[in-house]
Design a protein around this ligand. Structure first.
Ligand SMILES: Nc1ncnc2c1ncn2[C@@H]1O[C@H](COP(=O)(O)OP(=O)(O)OP(=O)(O)O)[C@@H](O)[C@H]1O
Length: 279
């Protein structure tokens, strides 16, 4: 982002997202600045994907403000600036396409209707394949790749649109430890190149070196956020404190590291928190 473009990459203010008219997450305040790599942590079902998908307009925006590069999401049209790697998606075994063909679909937003790939398009595709370590597999049928390799194909497809921010929903889901390290290396390379990232993950350890900020989500609320260094000072305190014994209106505490903010909880149209947790 140029110095004349000071807006954060992403800004949510009191945002609520859900399905139909049912909010699943609410009161989300979150700012992602250029170059940050933000990990979104939290238990299953806490609302992490709902937030990420809400930013993309894939879940219903039920309140508050969402801005991308300073532009309200509803008015935002520069879609190629935002890359997305969806959750748990591998490519269907019925897809008959090569690795390179799939990655090349990431260029569609840059092409005119029915346009052929330009030389620049091809270079960008090759660079994306190189970044994820699949340059030598470009001609392979995607259905012959492992789950971890297919995740890398999807990351390369997102990179091929040359996004300024990459949203990734559990990029390591279903990926073994060795391949998690390969993916972590991919993220390291992207971060070194200045790509801003928002990353939902259950495997923070794999990305420890690259993550600059941590956001903790629990029961549809952001319960803690701050620099990764602060989180790592006492992750147990942050996670345990918030995941185990907070009640509505009782978020004040002195245990975990301070972080940027602890967002007070407010009403959601569902069961009280403890009941919701058991549900
Ligand atoms: N398409 C949908 N329609 C209705 N409710 C949904 C839908 N997708 C998710 N939910 C609900 O929203 C809540 C939050 O789900 P979400 O997928 O955002 O959680 P998550 O924190 O990403 O979980 P996980 O770690 O398991 O991926 C859950 O109660 C879930 O059942």
């Amino acid at each position: 982002m140029s110095p004349t473009d000071p807006a954060p990459v992403l800004r949510l203010r009191d945002a609520a997202f859900g399905y139909g008219d049912r909010p699943v997450v609410a009161h989300v305040d979150l700012t992602v600045s250029p170059g940050e790599v933000v990990a979104v942590l939290g238990p299953n079902g806490s609302g992490k994907s709902t937030i990420v998908r809400g930013v993309l307009g894939l879940t219903d925006h039920l309140g508050g403000d969402v801005e991308l590069f300073g532009v309200p999401r509803r008015e935002f049209r520069q879609h190629t600036r935002v890359g997305y790697v969806p959750q748990r998606h591998t490519l269907s075994a019925s897809v008959r396409a090569t690795v390179r063909e799939i990655v090349a679909t990431g260029r569609l937003g840059h092409q005119g209707l029915l346009a052929r790939l330009s030389r620049t398009d091809k270079q960008v595709v090759d660079r994306a394949l190189d970044t994820v370590g699949l340059a030598d597999r470009w001609a392979a049928d995607v259905s012959t790749l492992s789950g971890g390799q297919q995740r890398r194909v999807l990351i390369a497809r997102a990179l091929a649109s040359e996004p300024d921010v990459l949203l990734m929903d559990e990029p390591t889901a279903g990926v073994d430890a060795a391949n998690q390290h390969v993916l972590a290396d991919v993220l390291d390379r992207l971060a070194a190149g200045g790509t801003t990232m928002l990353l939902v993950t259950h495997e923070l350890e794999a990305f420890r070196d690259v993550v600059t900020h941590v956001v903790v989500v629990d029961l549809g609320r952001v319960t803690w956020q701050g620099p990764a260094a602060e989180f790592h000072r006492d992750p147990g305190a942050v996670l345990h404190e918030h995941h185990s014994h907070h009640h509505d209106g009782e978020d004040e505490h002195h245990g975990p590291p301070a972080g940027r903010a602890v967002v007070p909880s407010g009403p959601l149209d569902r069961a009280p928190r403890r009941e919701a947790r058991r549900a």
